[in-house]
Ligand binder design. Structure first.
Ligand SMILES: *Cc1c(COP(=O)(O)O)cnc(C)c1O
Length: 367
């Protein structure tokens, strides 16, 4: 069966590889993992993921509701700013509600107190290569910074959430950060039941020292007598999807340029935001070099420059790797271009076209 491009192809076997590492960390350390839905909300594979993970965490009412309806298990609800309507809705199904500030906790405590409540802490440390994604940047609004103010809230809480990493694959750096958090907040943690260490830990990366990582988490849990949670987003689904496209035109402007039936702006937006190149599996020594670009009106809508084995032709297929995290959740209808379908290769190798988008979806996204 030839599927019409463009489409996102999710491979369950590749997700499974990550999930098995997450399960191993749970078994070795006792740490639970909840999927960060802001990274990946493509719920057609949640039946598989929920067998290996303990639930979901969220950034909004809608994500929390999706986690509850489609993933199940534990539903952690976090949001940078809840409205009263949000809280009234979220208390109906969330297991834990995590507030971003003391003012939100105080405002909604009476409505939310039947749930386990947490506060996000800004420990003033972070590991991020980008200012945009650095929760410890100057004037950061993400989490409580004042330790004395935090200490006064402990009687209202059952846990704390720290999220201060972004694609951190350096175990030694993580280990030092965790020691710093233990030194600074250990007395408070001893009065609580759980702590979330957030996402951004790249522990499913090949070569990451899983045993050492698990031991560190287990020691932390034992020292402060808390249930540790991790909130993997990218680590849970890394390497598990491709954006499959076809060349629609070939042009030349000092170099060969292939235009494909997708767009960076609409279908892999993070590449533009973080100024990264897409990944295409090609051998470096191949000698047919092309700039591969999208078909939106944006001059800088470029996936990258790659060396292909064969000359490209109209209709040639080009697959961009790493199209799961922060990709489908950000897709948009800019330029009214055909939205990629969502396709899954199941564990038994059957390929299912889960969802196709058409003109009506574009029309209905606005009014
Ligand atoms: C973004 C985010 C995550 C997930 O981060 P990844 O880098 O995808 O692992 C987890 N928790 C919180 C609070 C977040 O904001």
């Amino acid at each position: 069966m030839k599927i019409a491009t463009p489409y996102y192809l999710i491979d369950e076997k590749k997700i499974l590889h990550n999930l098995q590492i997450i399960q191993q960390v749970h078994q070795l350390s006792g740490a639970k993992s909840v999927l960060a839905l802001k990274c990946f909300s493509t719920w057609c594979v949640f039946d598989l993921m929920q067998e290996y993970m303990d639930g979901t965490t969220s950034s909004s009412l809608f994500e929390a509701r999706l986690g509850f309806e489609k993933f199940g298990k534990e539903t952690h609800a976090y949001c940078v700013g809840y409205s009263r309507e949000d809280i009234l809705a979220v208390v109906e199904f969330a297991d834990k509600i995590i507030f971003n500030s003391v003012s939100q906790l105080e405002k909604y405590y009476d409505v939310a107190k039947s749930k386990k409540l947490g506060l996000r802490v800004n420990p003033g440390i972070s590991h991020s290569h980008f200012d945009l994604a650095d929760p410890a940047r100057k004037h950061s609004r993400l989490g409580v910074t004042d330790k004395d103010v935090l200490a006064k809230q402990i009687p209202l809480l059952s846990g704390l959430m720290f999220h201060y990493n972004c694609e951190n694959d350096d175990f030694d750096a993580f280990s030092q950060q965790l020691d710093a958090i233990g030194d600074c907040y250990g007395d408070m943690l001893k009065q609580l039941q759980w702590v979330s260490l957030g996402g951004g830990l790249y522990f499913t990366k090949e070569g990451y020292p899983i045993e050492k990582f698990s031991k560190k988490l287990a020691e932390f849990a034992a020292e402060f007598n808390v249930q540790v949670y991790l909130e993997p987003g990218e680590s849970a689904i890394t390497g598990s999807a491709e954006l499959v496209t076809s060349v629609v035109d070939l042009v030349h402007n000092q170099m060969d340029i292939a235009i494909v039936d997708a767009t960076v702006e609409g279908h892999m937006l993070d590449l533009l935001i973080y100024r990264l190149s897409a990944k295409v599996e090609v051998d470096d020594f191949e000698n047919h070099k092309y700039m591969v670009a999208g078909r939106s009106c944006l001059a800088g809508d470029v996936f990258g420059t790659f060396n292909f084995k064969d000359k490209l032709e109209i209709g040639s297929e080009i697959r961009f790797a790493d199209a799961a995290g922060y990709t489908m959740v950000k897709k948009n209808w800019f330029n009214g271009l055909q939205m990629p379908a969502i396709v899954v290769r199941r564990l038994d190798d059957t390929v299912e076209v889960i969802r196709e988008f058409d003109y009506n979806d574009f029309k209905n996204s606005l009014s």
